[in-house]
Design a protein around this ligand. Structure first.
Ligand code: DWN
Ligand code: SAH
Length: 406
């Protein structure tokens, strides 16, 4: 049995999604024959309640000079991170010359607000292309992977941080012990570490199995994270559910005893207990729900294709790589996937090799159906696509359940 990356106990591997390519490795035709595959497998540690991948891909294969995801692709995410930054500025930066560190700062979507106000900051971002985009916005960025060694270099150069921030990156780092240790040494005695990631409760409840792909080594709950931080004299002192990315949780971590933890933290842990998020049986049921979701989706796609309806994918998300490859959806079912990211356009989807086309091709020749891979941006997209719906276009969605929507 594989060992838990957090507590070393045995992990019960309850599901394989089969051979998978790298979720964000959009490719050209010449690269088809050398495409990299691994087995996407997932397991649950009953001892510390951590859901995790049991086969990991080297980080250099995932995060590099041509990383496909630019955070600033969504207006809603821009607004979300502006609010996040403003709440930190308002409540956590009352020292004389505060210093803010962000792990996984991508194209500067959050840190630019600190840069604009002249606040001392540093982004740690290993993917060079997105780091460059941040630097072009005036965001001070170091192009490295965050770990304990880098943290001690940062501490010598900048001193300890008032606030360490991270969004959708903690769950990407398999060596979380090094990160927790680094946070403990980099944070001021009264500093905070605030981070958010997709929440396990939402993933299970909504059968959002497409959150499972190579970059996401972990699927956090308050219970599993409390166990980790407890080992570094840190504790979760607040939690704030967020609606982004299909349901996320924002955690505020402080040194043990520095702040009184909000009662919502213990309450959420109790809720997780009663909702079965600490029980292996829940994940066996999750697997059955995933299989049903796949079967229901394939039924609709085949039925509509037999009626000669055109189906186009909407949003070449990382998540779509899991859905397409696990369900075996190829170019016979979907004509192309529309995406607004210029670096994805003209390429093909990992594994299934469906063409990625500019958004204008969707608008210029509306299909009967749009399979909504970017379902987590559903509200923003439905709003933008009123003209598509008005002329009879329909969305096929699969989270939280498979259905056709206007
Ligand atoms: O955790 C991660 C999250 C934060 O971002 C990373 N591991 C990678 C990435 O995941 P993703 O690729 O699933 O993220 P999104 O935000 O769901 O991607 C949306 C995609 O859809 C982008 O390629 C842009 C595209 N899009 C579009 O074509 N039209 C998005 C919107 C809002 C649109 O209107
Ligand atoms: N924070 C952004 C980006 C999330 S995508 C947002 O929420 O939109 C994950 C980002 O983390 C990528 O830009 C990736 O290059 C970066 N990353 C991955 N591993 C990392 C590590 N060990 N240290 C710092 N950043 C990392």
């Amino acid at each position: 049995m594989p060992e838990c990356l957090i507590c070393g106990s045995s992990v019960e591997e309850f599901m394989s999604f089969g051979q998978m390519p790298i979720a964000n490795a959009f490719l050209n035709q010449e690269e088809f024959s050398s495409e990299f595959f691994f087995e996407l497998r997932i397991g649950f540690c009953s001892r510390c309640a951590m859901l995790q991948l049991t086969e990991l891909v080297d980080r250099e294969k995932l995060f590099h000079e041509s990383y496909a995801y630019f955070s600033s692709i969504s207006l809603r995410m821009e607004a979300h991170f502006k609010q996040f930054a403003e709440s930190v500025m308002k409540t956590k930066l009352d020292s004389a010359d505060p210093f803010v560190l962000e792990i996984g700062s991508n194209d500067g979507i959050m840190l630019r607000h600190f840069a604009d106000r002249g606040i001392r900051h540093l982004g740690v971002e290993p993917s060079e292309n997105v780091a460059r985009a941040a630097m072009e916005k005036g965001v001070n960025t170091t192009c490295r992977f965050f770990d304990k060694d880098l943290a001690s270099e940062i501490r010598s150069e900048y001193g300890q941080a008032d606030a360490i921030l991270a969004a959708n990156v903690m769950c990407h780092i398999p060596y979380l012990h090094s990160v927790a240790d680094a946070v403990a040494s980099l944070m001021k005695p009264d500093g905070v570490f605030i981070f958010e990631d997709p929440y396990l409760g939402d993933i299970v409840e909504k059968t959002a199995y497409d959150q499972i792909y190579d970059e996401h080594a972990f699927y956090f709950s308050v219970s599993s994270l409390s166990n980790l931080f407890g080992q570094y004299d840190l504790e979760i002192v607040n939690i704030e559910p967020q609606s982004v990315h299909g349901g996320s949780m924002r955690y505020t971590v402080a040194r043990k005893g520095a702040v009184t933890a909000a009662s919502s933290v213990a309450r959420q842990k109790d809720r997780e207990h009663s909702n079965g998020l600490r029980d292996l049986a829940t994940f066996h049921q999750f697997k059955r729900n995933i299989e049903t979701s796949r079967d229901d989706l394939l039924k609709i796609l085949h039925r509509e294709k037999e009626e000669n309806r055109r189906i186009v994918g909407y949003g070449a998300t990382s998540k779509s790589t899991t859905v397409l490859n696990y369900c075996g959806i190829d170019n016979r079912l979907i004509d192309f996937i529309s995406d607004t990211t210029s670096t994805k356009q003209g390429k093909f989807s990992p594994g299934m090799h469906i063409p990625i086309r500019p958004y204008e091709e969707f608008v210029n020749d509306y299909p009967e159906y749009a399979l909504l891979f970017a379902w987590n941006h559903g509200q923003e997209i439905m709003e933008k696509e009123k003209p598509y719906s008005a002329q009879g276009g329909r969305f096929i969605v699969y989270v939280p359940s498979v259905k056709i929507m206007a």
